[in-house]
Write a protein that binds this ligand. Structure first.
Ligand SMILES: NC(=O)C1=CN([C@@H]2O[C@H](COP(=O)(O)OP(=O)(O)OC[C@H]3O[C@@H](n4cnc5c(N)ncnc54)[C@H](OP(=O)(O)O)[C@@H]3O)[C@@H](O)[C@H]2O)C=CC1
Ligand SMILES: C[C@H]1O[C@H](OP(=O)(O)OP(=O)(O)OC[C@H]2O[C@@H](n3cnc4c(=O)[nH]c(N)nc43)[C@H](O)[C@@H]2O)[C@@H](O)[C@@H](O)C1=O
Length: 328
């Protein structure tokens, strides 16, 4: 049986295998693209990348044939159906079905075709709505989930459990990281389906460009959220690949939380919008607070580097250069 304290396998030689084949699933997304940058910066030279249209990870046969042909040595699973509170609440069937399909296909085929180690990514929404704060890893499955994202959360919990089951039965090195709310370059800036930070950045930018007097922000402004820059998350993922081989999932947070009102004020300032905020209380607040306890990762030797203010400025610069200017 697995050692549930989290040290049942020795971390492998990942960091020294710079030419090993690494499949980064979801490499064009927010997280996958940051992981690719980090791996390249760290000297890894043999990344295997497939766009969604080249390889649909919900298709079991295609995933099987990909692994059988490519035989990657390592897998980082950053492909998923992802969205903010509105998307999660509106498309529950997609969020549970697509995520279960992607992760089940990739985890099983990776094991079957001799992958040495796999990192699965979940999310802080796996924890109960009223979990103790900051939320330790042990809070998993101790209470009811937040209803706006329970379908996505159930899929993510199944992913953690699948990694653990394969560790127990097959002695296979599958690990899970649970990131907090992320942001950064290559984020999704869709007006309704994105997460709060890119949604507000776009809304404030467009309001400024159109000389609008006000910007609508969803909910009451009172929920607390913890934000982590995606470059920090990518750094943590590479760190976990090289240094962690435990049974339990690992929280990856910044330790810094802000209310949505504080976040809105900060984004407004970075964008330079001069008008006022109007709160749309018909929109859901979601979970009241989800600050993760990331002391386990800190005790392994990893800490984040990017402050929220610096990360916001960097993201806005990227948005101006890569989204706004490309439209013109
Ligand atoms: N963003 C956040 O705040 C957080 C994210 N996470 C986790 O990080 C991971 C990555 O999220 P993030 O980068 O934000 O998401 P994105 O939506 O930015 O990227 C997801 C990637 O997955 C790909 N993908 C989706 N469906 C399929 C499919 N059927 N076949 C192949 N590729 C597919 C997408 O390709 P395409 O766009 O072409 O469909 C895209 O490249 C997820 O597991 C998520 O749960 C965890 C906590 C917070
Ligand atoms: C990462 C995490 O992301 C999702 O959970 P969430 O943290 O609730 O995500 P969110 O970023 O969409 O909202 C955060 C808060 O912000 C408020 N808010 C204000 N104005 C806008 C706005 O314009 N857009 C959005 N999306 N939210 C807004 C919004 O009402 C809420 O109170 C999960 O579904 C799940 O996918 C998950 O794991």
């Amino acid at each position: 049986m697995a050692d549930t304290t989290g040290s049942d396998m020795k971390p492998d030689s990942f960091m020294s295998e710079k030419s090993a084949k690494i499949f980064v699933a979801g490499h064009r997304g927010l997280v996958g693209s940051a992981i690719v940058r980090k791996l390249q910066e760290s000297g890894f030279t043999n990344l295997i990348l497939r766009t969604h249209s080249e390889l649909d990870l919900t298709n079991q046969n295609d995933v099987e044939s990909f692994f059988s042909t490519e035989k990657p040595a390592y897998v980082i699973l950053a492909a998923a159906k992802v969205g903010g509170i509105h998307a999660n609440n509106t498309y529950p069937a997609d969020f549970i079905a697509v995520n279960l399909q992607i992760q089940t296909n990739v985890i099983h085929s990776a094991y079957t075709h001799g992958v040495k180690k796999l990192l699965f990514l979940g999310s802080s929404c796996i924890y109960p709505k009223f979990a103790p704060q900051p939320i330790p890893e042990s809070a998993l499955l101790t209470g009811p989930l937040e209803p706006t994202n329970e379908w996505y959360a159930i899929a993510k919990i199944a992913g953690i459990k699948m990694c653990q089951a394969y560790r127990i039965q097959h002695k296979w090195d599958a690990i899970s990281g649970m990131p907090t709310n992320l942001y950064g370059q290559n984020d999704n800036f869709h007006p309704e389906n994105s997460h709060v930070l890119p949604a507000l950045m776009r809304r404030f930018h467009e309001a400024k460009a159109n000389d609008a007097e006000e910007v609508v922000v969803w909910g009451s402004g009172s929920p607390l959220r913890e934000f982590l820059h995606v470059d920090d998350l990518a750094d943590a993922c590479v760190f976990l690949m090289g240094r962690y081989s435990g049974f339990e999932h690992v929280n990856v947070g910044s330790g810094v939380e802000v209310t949505i009102k504080e976040l809105a004020e900060l984004v407004k300032e970075v964008v330079g919008f001069q008008g006022k905020l109007v709160w749309d209380c018909s929109k859901p607040d979601g979970t009241p607070r989800k600050l993760m306890d990331s002391s386990k990762l800190a005790s392994l030797g990893w800490t984040p580097k990017v402050s929220l203010r610096d990360g916001l400025r960097q993201t806005y610069d990227w948005y101006l250069e890569n989204v706004v200017q490309k439209k013109q």
